[in-house]
Design a protein around this ligand. Structure first.
Ligand SMILES: C[S@@+](CC[C@H](N)C(=O)[O-])C[C@H]1O[C@@H](n2cnc3c(N)ncnc32)[C@H](O)[C@@H]1O
Length: 480
């Protein structure tokens, strides 16, 4: 069967993978070719064996990191910017400790988020590469991964703070100039989320930031600006969902900004101390990150030693919505609707006549279909997208390299969404052997969120009826 599809993946994969025929005309052909090749592997587990493997899995207490304090999880540059469902760095460090011995190692994360894996890799002197489709995630990662000489940063912050403190007294002319820094195409959204007074103050701050000529420093300030937006807006503080709180007590943006800059400065200084000299001297040689799709890594075949990543979840966070304050203020996106479609796990994405390989996934989709055909389609699209991510992981890893995907299971409309089991099965179809499954508890103080049982979406603790991921898995595939 040949179905004409024209996805970016089709275009990119041609010529990249030796086992894929040159004249691919469809995803379906690609999938059948791969199945033929990889089903021959004797160590491959059936769907049933995988389900049993997970059923009998005990929690491994060593991976709970129960003793970790906020100062440990937020060390170095890790508390520059809030980010939903981020890793704790200790988890990445432990995986690196267990699996990396090569001093010139290369570590990759196709779903960088706020860059926990990337920062950790650099802190150990390794090469780091990765992607995120979320433009603000890319900028956060870039800034967190770039150590700045402390004296220089201190000088820049001092100069900037002096000017910020005088912003209140700026005259009418300055006010007019500021208006051009408030992105007009998003003005309705900005007016919805910000009071007039705050909007003008933020415009003034942004104007100053964009006048900074050193791009590294400008990005550093931009991330501080992006981080304070939630606190300055009418966004309900304890919610990750875009909910307005018109009675919110607002704080002066200038005070918030300067306070956060100081915190970031302390983070930079401690990061600077531990990052090896070779990285500080030549960051561009070691850091290779892009705004882009997880299925297209900026890396040649067989280059990577270890992948540590956590994917989005199906219909949980709409990352594009969650980061909309930064997206509108920094004017990152022209067409928000098109942008949203590029996110994996979103309800805006379409399946495009591709077929699932995982039998466990098919079962979940069929069960859901009886309850809600729209959600069933979304789940199907999510798992197919993830299968393509795993193909790319296989391509970029060295022989003997591993990919570690951190994922939790959940329930939607009463149907168990066995993400971890599907990931394990799907990794095999991409050519991996299942090397290890780690079951870990997430201690409640670092548990990211709770879920609303009806919608499956993340919610704040008051709205949710059960814990989202008290348990999660690290599914580890070996390229043997
Ligand atoms: C669970 S988060 C990763 C968090 C990360 N481990 C950290 O420590 O910050 C998943 C990420 O996947 C990103 N994402 C969603 N769709 C993507 C796609 N098509 N390609 C690349 N990244 C994508 C989201 O923007 C989000 O940052």
């Amino acid at each position: 069967m040949k179905i004409k599809t024209n996805t970016i993946i089709d275009k990119q994969k041609k010529g990249k993978q030796s086992f894929v025929k040159e004249e691919l005309t469809s995803d379906v052909t690609l999938r059948q070719d791969k199945e033929k090749i990889f089903y021959k592997d004797k160590s491959e587990k059936t769907a049933e064996q995988i389900l049993n493997l997970f059923k009998n899995k005990e929690i491994d207490k060593e991976w709970s990191f129960k003793g970790c304090k906020t100062s440990d999880t937020g060390k170095w540059t890790h508390s520059y910017h809030r980010y939903p469902a981020k890793f704790i760095p200790q988890l990445v460090e432990k995986l690196i400790d267990e699996y990396v011995s090569n001093e010139n190692a290369h570590i990759n994360d196709p779903f960088m988020g706020c860059g926990t894996t990337i920062v950790t890799a650099l802190s150990r002197g390794y090469k780091a590469s990765g992607t995120d489709i979320n433009k603000i995630a890319y900028l956060i990662t870039k800034v967190k991964a770039t150590p700045i000489p402390p004296e220089y940063l201190n000088k820049k912050i001092k100069q900037f703070s002096t000017v910020v403190k005088h912003l209140e007294d700026k005259n009418e002319l300055f006010y007019k100039e500021v208006e051009s820094y408030i992105p007009i195409r998003h003005i309705e959204r900005i007016n919805y989320w910000f009071t007039e007074d705050v909007k003008i103050k933020l415009g003034k701050l942004l104007k100053l930031i964009y006048e900074e000529s050193d791009l590294t420093i400008r990005d550093f300030f931009t991330i501080a600006f992006s981080h304070i937006l939630k606190n300055c807006s009418l966004w309900l503080q304890e919610s990750t969902k875009p909910t307005r709180d018109i009675n919110k007590k607002l704080v002066n943006p200038y005070d918030l900004f300067l306070k956060h800059l100081k915190k970031m400065e302390r983070g930079n200084n401690s990061f600077y101390k531990i990052v090896p000299l070779k990285i500080k001297n030549n960051i561009n040689k070691f850091l290779n990150i892009q705004i882009g799709d997880a299925r297209i890594q900026p890396v040649s075949d067989g280059e990577v030693d270890l992948i540590v990543s956590s994917s989005p979840y199906v219909t949980s966070y709409e990352y594009a919505d969650l980061h909309q304050l930064s997206t509108i203020w920094l004017d990152l996106v022209e067409d928000l609707k098109e942008y949203k479609k590029q996110f994996i796990g979103t309800s805006f994405k379409k399946c495009n006549n591709r077929t699932l390989r995982s039998k466990i996934a098919m079962n979940i989709v069929n069960t859901m279909f009886k309850k809600d055909s729209k959600i069933a389609k979304e789940i199907e699209t999510f798992f197919i997208d993830m299968e393509e991510v795993f193909d790319e992981s296989f391509r970029i890893l060295k022989h003997g390299g591993r990919c570690c995907y951190v994922i939790g299971n959940t329930k939607l409309k009463g149907v168990d969404i066995l993400n971890a089991e599907v990931f394990a099965e799907s990794l095999q179809y991409s050519g991996f052997k299942i090397d290890r499954i780690i079951k870990r508890e997430i201690p409640s103080k670092i548990l990211p969120q709770k879920r609303d049982e009806k919608t499956g979406r993340f919610a704040n603790n008051k709205e949710a009826n059960y814990e989202a991921y008290p348990i999660e898995y690290i599914v580890i595939g070996l390229k043997g």
